[in-house]
Design a protein around this ligand. Structure first.
Ligand code: G1P
Length: 296
């Protein structure tokens, strides 16, 4: 409620970096964007869009690249398909096809023509934003829970104008896969970070709290990114830009509720298909019986 009263702080836009090659999922991703791989029957990116729309976001900005046109087509209307389903009176399917793009939401596409890192991808979205705070959603991190992760960040941010990031406790040996925060202060389950390090070795990790792919960023992050040197992996890192703001003012880290699936990995992707499958109205019961038979 607080956020709605303070119009200047409402988050209206979300950035989805989707230019990555998805090479970890070859051959599936040879001609198909990895964001279009389904979890049961819905592409990964659609879960992210629905999560953002549920949090009141109305402008979805994709930072896209070559071979990603399927994403644009997915969120557009499909005239032939709809006409065909209508003529055969397949109303349920027609409804599904038509409800892919949430109502009242606009889609904007910008291109990242070279893979210079997540920070650079975010910078590519600058022309699509007004001077406003915005969310970033990495669709690879699929978070299943009662309240969407973007909404959790917005709720936690209430009187905080600075950056907000999603966090999860990770195993020490996983530190090389995450941005890791240095803790200045704990506030209940959440923290104020005083610094952040991208993909440190376990012995250099400042805590066991890893950044998961949900962020609320102030517009000034662009200026910070523009002045960054290249970081981990020779890329322009969003974590490094956030580290600048963390050292200056602190960054709010929100311990996210829900079960996270790393759908950038094959195992996480397989687990997500099972968990979402078990809850699926069409196949849930049969899948449960099948799995019970496997382990029984
Ligand atoms: C990115 C970020 C990293 C973050 C991670 C979450 O890394 O750079 O800080 O912890 O997403 O999934 P990537 O997984 O794209 O290598």
């Amino acid at each position: 409620a607080y956020l709605r009263e303070k119009k200047n702080k409402k988050i209206n836009a979300a950035v989805f970096p989707v230019a990555g090659l998805g090479s970890r999922f070859l051959p599936a991703t040879k001609a198909t964007p990895k964001e279009m791989l389904p979890i049961v029957d819905k592409p990964l990116i659609q879960y992210g869009i629905e999560e953002a729309a549920d949090a009141g976001i109305t402008k979805m900005i994709f930072v896209t690249g070559r071979n990603k046109r399927a994403i644009e087509d997915h969120f557009d209307s499909a005239y032939e398909l709809e006409a065909e389903l209508a003529s055969k009176d397949k109303r349920d399917l027609l409804r599904i096809a038509r409800s892919v793009a949430p109502k009242g939401v606009e889609f904007v596409y910008v291109r990242q023509s070279s893979a210079l890192g997540l920070g650079h991808a975010i910078l590519c979205a600058k022309p699509a934003l007004a001077d406003e705070p915005f969310a970033v959603v990495l669709a690879d991190d699929l978070i299943k829970g009662d309240t969407g992760a973007v909404q959790q960040l917005i709720t936690a941010s209430s009187n905080n104008e600075g950056p907000v990031i999603g966090l999860e406790a990770i195993e020490p040996h996983q530190s090389r896969a995450y941005g890791i925060v240095e803790i200045r202060e704990r506030i209940g389950e959440n923290v104020i970070a005083s610094n952040m390090v991208e993909k440190p070795n376990p012995e250099d990790a400042p805590s066991n709290l890893g950044v998961v792919g949900r962020y609320l960023l102030p517009y000034e992050i662009f200026e910070v990114i523009e002045n960054l040197p290249t970081g981990s992996g020779g890329e322009i890192q969003l974590t490094d830009a956030l580290a600048v703001l963390a050292r200056r003012d602190g960054v709010l880290g929100v311990s996210l509720q829900g079960q996270r699936f790393d759908c950038g990995s094959k195992l996480g992707y397989a687990k997500a298909n099972i968990e979402y499958g078990l809850e699926h109205s069409e196949i849930g019961n049969n899948l449960r019986a099948y799995l019970a038979g496997l382990v029984g």
